[in-house]
Design a protein around this ligand. Structure first.
Ligand code: ATP
Ligand code: MG
Length: 297
């Protein structure tokens, strides 16, 4: 898969404060790449550097294996700060102006209005739009030049649950349309729901990077309860057990990769034991995220 963004040792200091610290990243074509981190972890600063609006202190990055230039930036659409639209013009008119400035094909306007589900409200004045509609118009405006990459900073900030769900659907639709997306978010479930890959930042430092669907792999935990005196000893004999913990009267078996609760159940059954409780807990991204952050202390 083609690498669209390669970041090496990217650093930004604001005076004494190190906002981004020797960041290394790679984003490949077709990924929905999430930058996850708490407030102040350096997400916006990183996106700012990638978009050429913040000067790096050190390090470098390439877009499409080329140093950033006017040429590479034309392939990127971004929604960084609150975009400026004309309040008394319609959503469509605003997009037309945008397309003109960017020298984009006006034929894209209908397509992007459709993608962000604003076709029905395209002729209404911008000032009558809800926050969610404004955000959708901002995404449409970033897409109007048909970029290869779409960059979004906290795309659902300030929206109600309905608005959040709409934006997430739209992001998935844009990804399905073949665009590579890089988005910053401080919300775990957002990254889990929309991203294919993610990086975790803490105080400007990269803590973790990898595919979202590999989170939790080999980390299945099975809770077991059974009326048997030597259950703990027996569980150790099960070849799928990695580690065993006892908590609140029940055993928690951390499984080795490739083993599942059904294997454990079969093992117990063959030992003549019927479990009174057997439940699988996948380690959630949230847990791992918290662990990653805790490790950094
Ligand atoms: N222009 C600036 N001058 C000084 N410090 C800055 C500037 N911009 C950002 N910072 C600092 O850099 C750090 C990272 O900020 P940044 O906005 O990149 O974080 P973030 O991860 O986007 O946070 P949030 O989730 O709140 O948007 C913060 O400590 C912030 O105060
Ligand atoms: Mg930010």
């Amino acid at each position: 898969m083609e690498t669209v963004l390669s970041v090496s040792k990217l650093t930004k200091n604001f005076g004494k404060l190190c906002a981004v610290n020797q960041l290394d990243l790679e984003v490949k074509r077709g990924q929905v790449f999430g930058m996850l981190g708490p407030n102040g972890s350096g997400k916006t600063t990183t996106l700012g550097m990638l978009m050429g609006v913040v000067n790096p202190t050190a390090g470098n990055f390439t877009w499409f294996a080329e140093p950033a230039s006017h040429h590479t930036r034309k392939k990127i659409g971004a929604v960084l700060e609150h975009p400026i639209f004309y309040p008394y013009l319609s959503g469509r008119k605003n997009l037309e102006l945008n397309a003109l400035i960017k020298n984009a094909n006006p034929a894209n306007i209908d397509k992007v209005l459709n993608i962000v589900e604003l076709s029905g409200r395209q002729h209404d004045k911008y000032k009558t739009y809800s926050l969610g509609m404004k955000q959708r118009l901002a995404i449409a405006s970033a897409l109007v030049s048909d970029p290869i990459i779409l960059i979004l900073d906290e795309p659902t900030n300030g929206l109600d649950p309905m608005g959040i769900a709409e934006i997430r659907e739209i992001i998935k639709r844009i990804a399905a349309d073949g665009k590579t997306i890089i988005l910053a978010s401080h919300l775990l479930d957002e990254v889990q729901k929309v991203c294919t890959h993610f990086a975790v930042l803490k105080r400007g430092t990269l803590m973790h990077i990898g595919p979202v669907d590999e989170v939790g792999k080999g980390e299945e935990i099975v809770e077991v309860q059974a009326f048997h005196d030597d259950l703990g000893v027996l569980l150790q004999e099960f070849i799928g057990s990695a580690t065993i913990k006892k908590e609140d009267g029940q055993f928690q078996v951390m499984m080795k990769e490739g083993f599942h609760s059904a294997d454990l159940n079969r093992f117990l059954f063959e030992c003549g034991i019927v479990a009174s409780h057997l439940a699988t807990r996948k380690k959630s991204l949230e847990k791992q995220f918290l662990e990653i952050l805790a490790d950094a202390k």
